[in-house]
Design a protein around this ligand. Structure first.
Ligand SMILES: Nc1nc2c(ncn2[C@@H]2O[C@H](COP(=O)(O)OP(=O)(O)O)[C@@H](O)[C@H]2O)c(=O)[nH]1
Ligand SMILES: [Mg+2]
Length: 344
């Protein structure tokens, strides 16, 4: 299963321009089991120098990077939570995503209309935030009403859930996103099933222009999306010749980090070197389940080496000979950069 990022933002912020640039690179779809194929869903490979280096030393028949799914979500405008614009339709699409990428307009262009008339990134961020919060409040209230109706008996678990929802609703009412409300790990787990929009990690990308740029807070992720689209057809050597580089990789990696994902690799055979995506803190059997659903149950042990050690050894057999492989059991927590051979 892959992770998905929903691109939101006000009309003409540059969502579709970003989506088009990101999804231009062709990828071998057959390697990934996907559920959704539609024009506004695209698969993007994660840039990974480590995999390239592993592939160089192992020289497998095939090298397969990990991917993230991007969804171009149209229709977010002021009042969307009440059904304005495409309203509820787009909100349902965001619910399906693991993270939200907010494209924020920071370019001035008289010919490109702005629904709020002026360029003001902070205001636009606030508009999007309020829409998501309002939708979450509606969800919290709806769920609470349902629970109250169903619970004729005074079920302890239900009372607990209702209190939690009350806490959530209060925080939302104060203008806080769920990620800004202080919740225990148990409470976060308790609300998972409701897929609240503001409980998802959110990344802001400021779409700037190179001339007359709008001033942006230092440290923000800024990119000229129109320019990105223009250069997205060029090859790497062509870009080099022009003295330009793409900033799309930064955006992709920011999403990957916001999702708290790590990468592990399989490269013990000659057939394939492959990168896999895993939630930080996962155990070795959970990593195995990414490869095959059976692996988690059938897991016995695994041989693990850190990627740079494998590079140093040159290949799997040599690493084994040198005694650099570590045998681990089912409690082993996978570390970013591990290369794993599962024993089932
Ligand atoms: N000048 C300028 N125009 C842009 C930029 N990014 C997008 N646009 C233009 O703004 C319009 C809307 O962009 P689009 O990506 O379709 O916005 P969306 O509504 O958020 O999907 C298009 O005509 C784009 O060419 C930019 O960085 N600078
Ligand atoms: Mg669009």
């Amino acid at each position: 299963m892959s992770f998905s990022v929903g691109i939101v933002g006000l009309p003409n912020a540059g969502k579709s321009t970003l989506f088009k640039s990101l999804t231009k690179k062709p990828i071998d779809i057959a390697s990934y089991p996907f559920t959704t194929i539609s024009p506004n869903v695209g698969i993007v490979t994660i840039p990974d120098e480590r995999l390239e280096k592993i592939s160089e030393v192992v020289s497998p028949d095939k090298t397969t990077p990990t991917v993230v799914e991007f969804v171009d979500i149209a229709g977010l405008i002021k009042g969307a939570h009440k059904g304005e614009g495409l309203g509820n339709q787009f909100l349902a699409q965001i619910r399906e995503c693991d993270a939200i990428l907010n494209a924020v307009r920071a370019f001035r262009a008289d010919l490109v209309e702005h629904t709020e008339k002026t360029v003001d990134p902070e205001r636009d961020i606030e508009i999007i935030k309020i829409e998501l919060i309002m939708k979450d409040m509606e969800t919290a209230e709806k769920v609470s009403r349902g629970l109250e109706k169903d619970s004729k008996s005074k079920d302890k678990e239900i009372i607990k859930k209702l209190n939690l929802l009350k806490k959530i609703n209060q925080g939302l009412g104060e203008g806080k996103k769920i990620t800004e409300i202080s919740l225990s790990e148990e409470e976060m787990f308790g609300i998972k099933e409701f897929q609240f929009l503001t409980s998802k990690p959110m990344i802001h990308v400021f779409n700037i222009s190179d001339e007359n740029p709008y001033p942006i807070k230092p440290g923000s992720l800024t990119v000229n999306l129109k320019y990105e689209e223009e250069i997205s057809d060029l090859s790497e050597p062509e870009k080099k010749e022009l003295g330009t580089e793409s900033h799309l990789d930064q955006i992709i990696l920011a999403c990957y980090n916001a999702l708290e994902l790590i990468t592990f690799y399989t490269a013990s055979g000659k057939k394939e070197a492959r990168a896999w995506t895993l939630k930080k803190g996962s155990t070795c059997p959970q990593a195995g389940s990414k490869i095959h659903s059976d692996f988690e149950k059938k897991f016995i042990r695994a041989d693990v080496i850190h990627w740079d050690q494998l590079i140093k050894a040159g290949n799997w057999a040599k690493a084994k000979e040198l005694g650099w492989l570590k045998t681990v059991g089912k409690d082993y927590i996978v570390v970013d950069g591990n290369v794993i051979e599962f024993k089932i």
